[in-house]
Design a protein around this ligand. Structure first.
Ligand code: TXA
Ligand code: MG
Length: 328
């Protein structure tokens, strides 16, 4: 299969045509690129799992362009869920609610809940609107790979596996949406993101963050290894340990690289590094592109610890998974 990469109106028209004929299309969102299919077409949904190499017990998020689409998808929407939706949608959040009968079990991997997300990205919204159907979509990477934040990243993973990538440029947010489970009595964050627990607590009073051991995985994705670069990756707790890990790796003949924010990058004495920028938003926006580049140019990745405050906590959630939890 030849994989087209298109932009603008032509891309959206072609994308909608392909979705109507039961195909899979990659499209941009403000978080990461998604791999979409008609959520009501089970054959099309199967193609997503095949293209990604994703286990079928890992559910997909359903994307909508307008809040009115919620009606046919979710049931028992609580007042609390409504307040989260009105505060943060459209935007980088996925809300888990009880699913309606219309949502196929192949989308939710047999669960009686569904994750709903309304992206803020203009191209995503236009694409979903043109499709005229909710779009089931995971991130557009091969299973266990780093999520794509540009059309090029998608192409690297999906060339020959899907008919079309809609190119909408680089993703603004840069990490996947916050997932909040509103189907239970106590709202629980299943995956942290740019909508932080502090922001959610302001709307809900209190939220539970998912932490500790996964006994029964609520976000089934949690039991899979995620966001894994192809070479060893470690997190450095400070500049000194970053430099030491780098020098040790170099001595072993590995080609190391350090991923850091600008203020740290200045203190690395000319060692090979990728500078993410200075603000927390830039660190978040650029982290996946940095991991993508790092695995290409290096044989050993050292990533700075960005702290746990605000969106940095969400970034570290991803980086710690990349590093398999290894801190130096
Ligand atoms: O930002 C995002 O959320 C991106 C863009 C494309 O929208 N999508 C994304 O999808 O990251 P994915 O499939 O890579 O991650 C979705 C996660 C998975 O870990 C899945 O297990 C979990 O959401 N999930 C989906 N539906 C669920 C449900 N009903 N209950 C619990 N977890 C669910
Ligand atoms: Mg993913």
């Amino acid at each position: 299969m030849r994989t087209l990469v298109l932009k603008g109106k032509e891309a959206i028209e072609k994308g909608a045509e392909l979705i109507a004929s039961g195909e899979v299309v990659a499209f941009p969102t403000e978080t990461v690129y998604g791999l979409g299919a008609d959520a009501f077409n089970e054959e099309a949904v199967k193609k997503i799992f095949a293209a990604k190499g994703r286990p079928s017990d890992n559910p997909l998020i359903v994307h909508i362009a307008d809040i009115s689409a919620l009606d046919g998808l979710a049931e028992d929407v609580s007042e609390a869920a409504k307040s989260v939706i009105s505060a943060f949608m459209p935007g980088p959040i996925t809300v888990i609610m009880k699913k309606s009968e219309k949502v196929p079990l192949s989308v939710t991997a047999g669960l009686d809940t569904v994750g709903i997300r309304m992206p803020s990205h203009v191209v995503a919204r236009e694409f979903i609107k043109a499709c005229g159907t909710p779009i089931a979509a995971p991130s557009a990477n091969r299973s266990t790979h780093i999520s794509p934040t540009s059309a090029e990243h998608v192409f690297e993973d999906m060339d020959g596996r899907i008919p079309l990538i809609i190119d909408g440029g680089d993703c603004e947010v840069g990490i996947e949406s916050t997932i909040i489970d509103m189907s239970t009595d106590v709202p629980t964050i299943l995956r942290p993101g740019a909508v932080t627990s502090e922001m959610l607590a302001e709307v809900l009073g209190a939220v539970k963050t998912f932490s500790g051991k996964v006994v029964v995985a609520k976000a089934p994705g949690m039991k899979y290894k995620h966001y894994a670069p192809s070479c060893e990756t470690v997190v450095a707790k400070d500049v000194g340990s970053a430099v030491k890990a780098y020098d040790d790796a170099e001595e072993k003949g590995l080609k190391p690289v350090i991923i850091a924010r600008s203020s740290t990058a200045e203190k690395l004495g000319g060692r090979t590094h990728i500078d993410l920028g200075s603000s927390d938003a830039e660190v978040c926006r650029n982290i996946y592109a940095a991991l993508h580049r790092a695995e290409k140019i290096a044989g050993f990745i050292v990533c700075e610890h960005f702290g746990e405050k605000g969106v940095c906590g969400s970034v570290m959630n991803r980086v710690m998974k990349s590093a398999g939890g290894k801190i130096v």
